[in-house]
Design a protein around this ligand. Structure first.
Ligand SMILES: NC(=O)c1ccc[n+]([C@@H]2O[C@H](COP(=O)([O-])OP(=O)(O)OC[C@H]3O[C@@H](n4cnc5c(N)ncnc54)[C@H](OP(=O)(O)O)[C@@H]3O)[C@@H](O)[C@H]2O)c1
Length: 290
């Protein structure tokens, strides 16, 4: 089995590449090595690279920028995955493509399943949904893996920004009326190989750590874990703000986008660990060294 990871310089792609190096025959291309918006270069480079599983962790992930640059969003998040499916069909390879909880509108009050209708409310979400559809329309049994609130050691995310703010200030606030589930890149890396088998059917799968929270609860737990890990912070308590206070956001975001992982558990017999355990593990392993 030969794996190729695209987006290998990103938060998720870098984690996958590192975690798989000791277990699989794996290579990766980062943005500089392969620009997904240059379809000619993509075709040429991938036709000359040997793989039977292509993992696409690359994407135009800046949610607000997608609103102002919709052509770029659709080029990278929707049209490029279509080109990847064509190349995979030629090479008889399987495509595993990452997508997002932002394909949902957030009107639901319980976790979204793979059967729920996607109805994005942002250009980012629309472009990612178009990418999903392109990947699933191919003849091959391709897989779309939706993840939410991704964090990990390879690129800072919300949790790292909150910890930094709490290091520098005594008062820190976070949004308390938007809910989803933080998902650890190292846990995604551990969950994915169960689907490398050729005989596993394709379709959509939701990966997330277990449980749900607001950004305020997520940040508060991160601060609590830092305290327990002996990593000193000025702020001890994270205050609450409202979504409507986020005046500088351009894109609309779903207020509730928890992904149900019951399909994953049904297929594998395994339940993901809770987001609290995952955050605690991340901070214990990586923060005291920072
Ligand atoms: N982060 C989250 O909270 C989150 C939540 C839900 C779903 N997801 C999904 O998870 C996947 C991985 O996201 P991530 O968190 O790892 O995001 P990320 O750190 O932004 O990684 C995306 C990677 O794609 C690269 N990229 C952007 N434009 C490209 C292009 N034209 N050609 C080649 N590479 C390009 C980026 O490179 P540059 O940095 O150089 O532009 C970056 O390395 C994406 O599909 C995303 O939609 C993420």
């Amino acid at each position: 089995m030969k794996l190729l990871v695209l987006g290998a310089g990103g938060r998720l792609g870098a984690a996958l590449l590192r975690e798989y190096r000791s277990k699989f025959d794996v290579a990766g291309f980062n943005h500089t090595q392969l620009d997904l918006s240059d379809f000619g270069a993509v075709r040429e480079k991938l036709r000359n690279t040997s793989f039977n599983i292509l993992i696409n962790a690359a994407g135009f992930t800046k949610v607000d920028l997608c609103e102002t640059e919709p052509d770029r969003a659709f080029l990278i998040n929707a049209q490029a995955p279509h080109v990847l499916t064509e190349i995979c069909e030629e090479k008889n390879a399987r495509l595993i493509h990452f997508s997002t909880d932002y394909v949902f509108d957030g009107d639901k009050h319980e976790p979204y399943t793979e059967e729920d209708q996607a109805c994005p409310i942002s250009v980012y979400g629309e472009s990612k949904l178009a990418g999903e559809n392109n990947v699933l329309a191919a003849k091959r049994q391709n897989l779309v893996v939706r993840v939410s609130w991704v964090f990990g050691p390879d690129r800072p995310s919300f949790i790292d920004a909150m910890i930094q703010q709490a290091q520098e200030n005594q008062e820190v606030d976070a949004v308390a009326d938007k809910h989803s589930t933080p998902t650890y890149t190292l846990d995604i890396a551990a969950m994915l190989p169960r689907f490398f088998d050729e005989n596993v059917s394709g379709g959509i799968l939701h990966f997330a750590n277990a449980g749900q929270c607001s950004w305020q609860q997520y940040a508060q737990w991160a601060v609590d874990c830092c305290r327990d890990a002996g990593f000193p912070l000025k702020a001890k308590t994270i205050g609450e703000t409202k979504l409507r206070d986020m005046a500088n956001w351009i894109a609309r975001r779903p207020v509730y986008s928890v992904l149900s992982t019951s399909k994953y558990t049904k297929l594998t017999g395994v339940s993901p660990r809770t987001w609290r355990e995952a955050v605690s593990d991340y901070i214990t392993r990586f923060y005291p060294k920072k």
